[in-house]
Each structure stands twice: as C-alpha cells, then as structure tokens.
Design a protein around this ligand. Structure first.
Ligand SMILES: *[C@@H]1O[C@H](CO)[C@@H](O)[C@H](O)[C@H]1NC(C)=O
Ligand SMILES: *[C@@H]1O[C@H](CO)[C@@H](O)[C@H](O)[C@H]1NC(C)=O
Ligand SMILES: *[C@@H]1O[C@H](CO)[C@@H](O)[C@H](O)[C@H]1NC(C)=O
Ligand SMILES: *[C@@H]1O[C@H](CO)[C@@H](O)[C@H](O)[C@H]1NC(C)=O
Ligand SMILES: *[C@@H]1O[C@H](CO)[C@@H](O)[C@H](O)[C@H]1NC(C)=O
Length: 359
C-alpha cells in the first residue's frame, strides 16, 4: 500500500517536473507512513530535475548524497540546511497526522502522507517559484502553497481547517525569506555538482513504424534515447500536423537508462492506408540545431509490389533463357559427343579386331 501510493505520487511528480527547458528545479518528495510497514516512518528523496541527489530518513536523521559526482564532498552548511528543512517537514507531517487521525477516526491500518516541495530557478539564476503540495493516502490532494516572487496562493484543501490570515502572512514570509533562498542556494550547488548529468544533451533517434492492428493499421512516431525529457514531436500527414485528439500515446516515459522516449500513434484504416499519403514524423529537441524528421509514403506499397513483380518476371525470363541456352548447348554437346563415341567404338572395335588377329 505504501509502495503503491509512493508510486502514484511519483507519477504526478513527473508531470510537475515537466516545467520546460528554460529552468531548473529541485524537488523533495517526503513520505510519512503510519502503521506497520517495512519502511522508515519518514523518508525524503530529493530530485534535481529528474536525477535523484539525496536521501534522508527518520532512522538515519541525516541525508546521504545519491548523485553521480563522487569527487565533490557535501559541505557542512549544505548538510545543516538539509537536516533543518527535513527536520521541520518531519515535525509538521507528524503533527498533521495527529489531526488527520482525529478527523477521520483512524485507529489502525497504514496511512500515508506525502509532500512534494521544491523550487524552480530560471536559466539566468533568478528564482522562479517555491511551492508545496500535500496528499493523504494518495487519494486526496490536500493543501497547496505557491509563491513566485509576485503571487502567493494557499489552498487549505478539504481535510483540515486551514491557516488563518495571520498564519498565512507568517508562512509567506517564511517561504519568501527562508525556504526559497535555501532551496535556490542548494539548487545552484547541486546543479554545479551534477552538471555532467543534468546539463547533458542527448539527441533523439526517430522511427516511423507501421503496425497492423484490429480494424486497420497504426502509424507510430517514436522518438527515443533523448535527454533532457522536453521534446516536441509532431506527426504530419501530407505536410499538415495531425491534431492531438486523433493521436494516442504522447506521454514522455523514462527508458530506464536515464534517457526518455515518446510515442505518438495514429489509427489508419486499411482503405486510408491504400491511398497515397506522406506521413512525416518531426522532432525538435534542445540537442538539435535543426528539426529531425523521417518520412514514409503510404499507398506506395502497390507500386513497390508491381516493380518488384516486374523485376521477378524479368529475373524469371533471364533464368529461363539461361536454362534454355544451357539445355540447347548441352544437347548439341551430347550429340557431337555421341558421334565421337561412335568413332571411338569403331576404333576400339577395330583395335579389338586387331588384337583378335594377334592372338
Ligand atoms: C468519529 O467517531 C465519532 C464517535 O465515535 C463519531 O461521532 C463521528 O461521526 C466519527 N467521525 C467520522 C468522520 O467518521
Ligand atoms: C506568478 O504567478 C502569477 C499567477 O500564476 C502570474 O500572473 C505572474 O506573472 C507570475 N509572476 C512571475 C514573476 O512569474
Ligand atoms: C563535481 O562537482 C564539482 C563542484 O561541485 C565540479 O566542479 C565538477 O566539475 C563536478 N564533476 C563532474 C564530473 O561533474
Ligand atoms: C514528405 O513530406 C516531407 C515534409 O513534409 C518531405 O520532406 C518529404 O520529401 C516528403 N516525402 C515524399 C516521399 O513525398
Ligand atoms: C517546443 O515548441 C514550443 C512552442 O512552439 C517552443 O516554445 C519550445 O521551445 C519547443 N521546444 C523544443 C525542445 O524545441
């Protein structure tokens, strides 16, 4: 159950992280579990974009670095900031659980609270926003808080009584002056440390795939092996983009090797496929100066087939001609050979005769 809800939350987390290519983000996913599970009561996973960088749990009480750059040590102030922020989170979630337990008359079973919190920074180093989102048992999306330098919004959710005006003003000041600066500072530091992973650019590879499905065909545009995850993939028919409603798929998925893949598919009836259309798959990606595309023409198969059969007929003719010539040559060869044999026979007969005469 705990595992499942962590999984669910991570899914929604991915959609939040999809914030575009002009910014960087640092997110902490905190999970607070009550009840008998093999997991620690409180765990935090910190992600820089889509790369895990640290891990913290209530058993260890200090965070460990999980990134890729092993040549750089975690500095004391960084560790202190992390321990402070995660400590506050732990305390708040514990307290919130106490109130939720009363509110729902919870007595037993496993209860899971989750919090996604973090910040975004523009490419030029300017802070963009800080926010958090709470969830309870992965069913309720609970509170949200959002602050982006000009706007502060707070939604108390439907589970518990929200903060009053004074508390909101206090929290805003806290997010503005404490959490946002800490988060941006950490983001910059971790970004520098992980630049070889997070700032790398791996261009997509592109395929147009035609597959037979029930009721017709599926023309799929597949981009894979790219990083970062942001990509624009368009399927064109005769130079016109196919509208998104006609397409299935369209979700960027991790490939498991640190790169991403995206597939967009179009259902095409058999009749439609017989018509001549030019299908083109086009991708634009941070790693590419120009658009990448791959085209395929439907209805061309018949043409291909007829050229192929013409070629086959020609080949057959050549083979038949070859056989004919061979047979003809061999026939005349055997004819002359048999004549020779006759001569031989007469010669041997003559020799026999002569030998006979000798004996
Ligand atoms: C919780 O239990 C009390 C008494 O047992 C009951 O009055 C109340 O309606 C319950 N609340 C919920 C949300 O079930
Ligand atoms: C903050 O968010 C509000 C509402 O979404 C938007 O109108 C405003 O332009 C944003 N400000 C900044 C600095 O991004
Ligand atoms: C490791 O991090 C340090 C500073 O944080 C940076 O200077 C260095 O380039 C990084 N190494 C790699 C391989 O990214
Ligand atoms: C199909 O269209 C693309 C762009 O729209 C073009 O580059 C390509 O040459 C066309 N292919 C054929 C076979 O017409
Ligand atoms: C994708 O398209 C949008 C809108 O046209 C553009 O702003 C963005 O830069 C494009 N992204 C990439 C990776 O090309």
């Amino acid at each position: 159950m705990g595992k499942l809800s962590v999984f669910l939350f991570v899914l929604s987390f991915c959609t939040i992280v999809n914030s575009g290519s002009g910014s960087h983000s640092l997110w902490a996913l905190a999970t607070y579990i009550n009840g008998e599970t093999p997991f620690p009561e409180f765990t935090v996973v910190v992600m820089l974009e889509d790369v895990q960088v640290t891990y913290y749990d209530s058993n260890m009480k200090h965070f460990i670095y999980k990134g890729h750059n092993t040549s750089d040590k975690i500095h004391d102030d960084e560790a202190k900031n992390g321990d402070f922020v995660f400590g506050v989170m732990y305390h708040h979630m514990k307290e919130r659980y106490f109130h939720l337990k009363h509110h729902f008359n919870l007595t037993e079973g496993v209860q899971v609270q989750q919090k996604l919190t973090g910040c975004e920074m523009l490419d030029n180093g300017e802070p963009a926003l800080v926010m958090f989102k709470d969830a309870f048992n992965a069913i309720y999306t609970d509170r949200t808080l959002y602050y982006n330098m000009t706007h502060f919004t707070y939604d108390a959710g439907k589970l518990l009584l929200g903060w009053d005006g004074m508390r909101q003003a206090y929290e805003r000041t806290l997010y503005e002056n404490v959490y946002l600066p800490i988060c941006i500072k950490s983001l910059k530091k971790i970004l520098k440390r992980e630049k070889n992973i997070v700032m790398r650019k791996v261009p997509p590879r592109l395929r147009l795939i035609k597959k037979e499905v029930s009721g017709g065909f599926q023309v799929s545009c597949l981009a894979f092996g790219f990083y970062p995850r942001h990509i624009n993939l368009t399927l064109l028919r005769d130079g016109q983009p196919v509208v998104e409603q006609d397409l299935t798929g369209g979700e960027v998925l991790p490939s498991g090797d640190g790169t991403y893949q995206l597939r967009k598919s179009l259902e095409v009836s058999t009749e439609e496929l017989k018509k001549r259309h030019n299908y083109t798959c086009t991708a634009s990606h941070l790693s590419l100066d120009n658009k990448l595309d791959v085209s395929w023409e439907s209805g061309a198969e018949r043409v291909h087939l007829s050229t192929l059969s013409a070629l086959l007929v020609m080949l057959l003719v050549v083979i038949l001609l070859g056989i004919f010539i061979c047979v003809k040559r061999r026939w005349s060869n055997t004819a002359s050979q048999s004549k020779l044999a006759n001569v031989d026979a007469t010669v041997s007969e003559e020799m026999n005769l002569s030998s006979d005469s000798e004996t």
